[in-house]
Design a protein around this ligand. Sequence first.
Ligand code: GLA
Length: 405
Amino acid sequence: MTLQEDAPAASGEEGFALFLEEFRARLGGAPGERCFFSPGRVNLMGAHLDYNGGPVLPSAIDRGTFLAARPRADRRLRLASTLEERAIELELDDLPETPAGTWSDYPLGVVRALLRVDSSRAQDGLDLFCGGNLPIGAGLSSSASVCVGTARALDAVWGLGLGALDLVEAALWAEREFVGVRCGIMDPYAVGLARPGHALWVDCKDRSTEHLPLDADRVCIAVADTGVRRELAQGDFNRRVGECRAAFEFLGPHVPGATCLRDVPLACLEEHAGALQVDRGADVLRRARHVLEEVERTLRAREALLAGDLAGFGEQMFAAHESLRTLFEVSVPELDCLVDAARDQPGVYGARLTGAGFGGCTVTLLSPEAAGDFARALTDAYRARFGRAPTVEFYRGGGGPYEVG
Ligand code: GLA
């Protein structure tokens, strides 16, 4: 999901001023409004590892969700966004137990998450308005951005005194338990715990985190959007989750103490590959091989990043994409074209699809001086093959959600 179809090119002040005007036009001007920004994210390494207990290495970006919030004198909750014309109006003491199938399920899920324990935590009703500048369904985590941002706004307006991990937990509960998406933990962690100038290492088994330096003067993040959106992507994603589970059900019993697929050594997979293929099928074998090799790649990428070896890091990104294409089978020709074009460009360290795949965007790490030529080369290669231009944008790594102004 996203909250703004024609995303303005600029985030920051100009975008926010327009957004605030719209908030007042839609929900009326009244005192007490406060504004917040919550980032999107790119995933640099650790593709499809979060729900397998593996390590991931995402970075927040300086595009994301804008939120305006204001307390009300009554116990009403009004939720509105730039995406839909109608505001949703609810009573805080009588919130729906089930999702309605619209965007407002995400912020509503967060409200429910925060009031689950004690509804008197919300002394006042609330007007909440969301917008932003992340592209639609492109794999940049707009839903986690909305959820973590909503939690940040509610925390401030209701004076709840929550920590960053509480915001992440509220966002996770909203997406998993209320909206009902089988998402992993990477996205809300990436959004909620981000620190400028760093990528976030998350070990999704024990949930430990570490900020690894990603120097914005040496590296810029290019996101190239294929414009391809696959309607059935959620079903495909859930199927991959199921296939990985099937691999673990078969392999886990061979590894004492294993609690997730990540715990299975690659050598164990090789030993039982034939039997796994017979028992669960060739697809499940390929998925397991991707996961276990991606764990190794992600560990190597971490070492490269810590050693300041961006070329070494990038090599792992290219290898990850190849594995996503051939073993995990979540790429599409449009994504492959953009990764191949990136590989040929001077100043490029690495590129791969970001997010779940099945369309969406590639992420490329490159030297900032190479950006202009890179965008032209990618656009030419893509147009020559598909007859239309991709959207190529350059982002800076960013921090977690914050109050604006
Ligand atoms: C989607 C999910 C994440 C993660 C990625 C694949 O973006 O929301 O939790 O599984 O796919 O790495």
